[in-house]
Design a protein around this ligand. Sequence first.
Ligand SMILES: NC(=O)c1ccc[n+]([C@@H]2O[C@H](COP(=O)([O-])OP(=O)(O)OC[C@H]3O[C@@H](n4cnc5c(N)ncnc54)[C@H](O)[C@@H]3O)[C@@H](O)[C@H]2O)c1
Ligand SMILES: [Zn+2]
Ligand SMILES: [Zn+2]
Length: 388
Amino acid sequence: MTWTGINQLSVEDVPEPQLLNDHDVILKVTRTTTCGSDLHLLSGYIPFMRAGDVIGHEFMGEVVEVGKGVRDRRVGDRVVVASFVSCGACWYCHHELYSLCDNSNPNPGITEGLWGQAIGGCLGYSHAVGGYAGSHAEYMRVPFADVGSFVVPDGVPDDRALFASDAASTAFTGVDLAGVQPGDTVAVWGAGAVGQMAARLSSIVGAERVFVVDRFPERLAQARTHAGAETIDYTTTDVAAELREHTGGRGPDVCIEAVGMEAHSPGPQGAYDAVKQQLRLQTDRPSAVREAIMACRKGGSVFTLGVFAAMVDKFPLGAVMNKGLTLRGAQVHGPRYIPRLLELMDRGELVTEHLATHVLPLEEAPRGYELFKEKADGCVRAVFTPHG
Ligand SMILES: NC(=O)c1ccc[n+]([C@@H]2O[C@H](COP(=O)([O-])OP(=O)(O)OC[C@H]3O[C@@H](n4cnc5c(N)ncnc54)[C@H](O)[C@@H]3O)[C@@H](O)[C@H]2O)c1
Ligand SMILES: [Zn+2]
Ligand SMILES: [Zn+2]
């Protein structure tokens, strides 16, 4: 399936991918799913897309061809693949900062000006992060396959393994690097797949109480049922005040933001952000990050997993400084967490099948995106099966 323009997707025939490099494998894609990051491409807030780009970066499949430099993969392997591409050999890869790989983004110049340095490449995403063809396709090329692909244990079903690719590994990146400790209270903004996984993984590493903030009842219900979280509908309450009330007046130890650049905000601040974003006077609508910073306890940690492009306005830097907060963010370091996720999935401790609310053939991907974008019919993730 290709991106053909803002809010335009189409399913067309494209040439079959070929091995281009000795470290590639070709994968027969068995499952591929929508991600909140794709919505930012659809709405045109992440630039450097070209008509005809194949999108999709959260997927699994079967290895059907192996480059001659590949050591560990064999034809027939059932694998899940990290969304970011990592060479495994540079300084960043050696430090397990895989999405910061220095060798996997062939177009570093695009983001060097914006961020000071370029990050690694991402499959099926903007040309600013490499312009690789994505997974909403029957077959796909996986570069550096020894680093980025992982054999799925036989006992782990497809709709579980699939989410180790991006949603769960993103969540684990946040939970780990935000420093969630046993006994902590964690609050998560966003009850999509990323937020729900962040809530569940916070409990797995020992958080005592976990709150999830969103407005969609079906998603909040999933967070209660599958992550054991307490939930808050941000449209009906003052979130920071409610979190303080539940934490003896202090606020959560760790606040994880899993909403990103298109945050919804019902008040005047939301209208202000929307106008400024439309006029390109700011690139992102950061209302959930602002709220997380204000809600976090003094000396706590705020982590943004939600994707942001560049510049935001009305950012409470004074609160970050004066409250002694640690503010971090990251793109997913997949290979650092996927093996541990597959173990948790194999033991039945991490279950994700409920996220796959809509399973559709690839021909129906545009409809799947429509449901996912509008959060219609309880859609949390639309999963496509290119081979039926
Ligand atoms: N860091 C990474 O490597 C990485 C990887 C995957 C996804 N992401 C990003 O994570 C974010 C979430 O992804 P997803 O797939 O779960 O998306 P999603 O669209 O399914 O979920 C986002 C959720 O945020 C909620 N939301 C909107 N405004 C809110 C607000 N003000 N307060 C609380 N909740 C609010 C929405 O109702 C929705 O349920 C996106 O920005 C995506 O780009 C980042
Ligand atoms: Zn993603
Ligand atoms: Zn590298």
